[in-house]
Design a protein. Structure first.
Length: 172
């Protein structure tokens, strides 16, 4: 069945329509050396060596699986992921839904770590904060608008702190 792009979306009930979704993804490309994977895979077994993927990465770095190498990995991972997401909230009032399934990580040499966040449909926007930067902005997707900056921060906290970081340290 071919999708008719001229369909008038206003004829659908928005609450029901948002429950139906399909995501088609291409292999993500991050300019860097090493391996690029969905962050959620880091805590799963590598089919090549049967070790957890983050452990395979540490061994690829010739670091071994030690307390120091694990600590360094978590520090570098956090430093690459968290500050840009917080800056996005502070500067624009936007929290990306950067949980492990929505982030792609490039694991490069020397603990060089880069991220790409995908699937922006779960983002939350504090319109008041955004309008300080972009005064004439018009958001047509009301589901992105948060009730407050606190709701934006809660989106970040849930996706990044409770989902991403807690996978590496269950005591979070």
């Amino acid at each position: 069945m071919l999708w008719n792009r001229s369909v008038n979306m206003q004829m659908f009930d928005k609450d029901r329509a948002r429950q139906l979704a399909c995501i088609i993804r291409q292999k993500p490309e991050i300019d860097g050396k090493g391996a690029t994977v969905v962050s959620a895979s880091l805590v799963n077994k590598n089919p090549i060596d049967q070790k957890v993927i983050v452990d395979s990465y540490l061994e690829w770095l010739n670091q071994g699986i030690t307390k120091e190498s694990i600590t360094t990995f978590i520090e570098r991972y956090s430093q690459a992921l968290i500050p840009p997401l917080i800056a996005f909230i502070q500067n624009y009032g936007i929290a990306l839904e950067a949980h492990m399934q929505n982030t792609v990580v490039n694991l490069g040499p020397h603990f060089d770590i880069q991220f790409l966040v995908r699937d922006l449909g779960g983002s939350r926007i504090d319109l008041e904060t955004l309008q300080h930067r972009v005064s004439d902005i018009k958001i047509t997707n009301d589901s992105l608008i948060a009730d407050s900056i606190d709701a934006v921060i809660a989106k970040f906290q849930h996706a990044v702190i409770q989902n991403q970081m807690a996978e590496f340290n269950p005591s979070f």
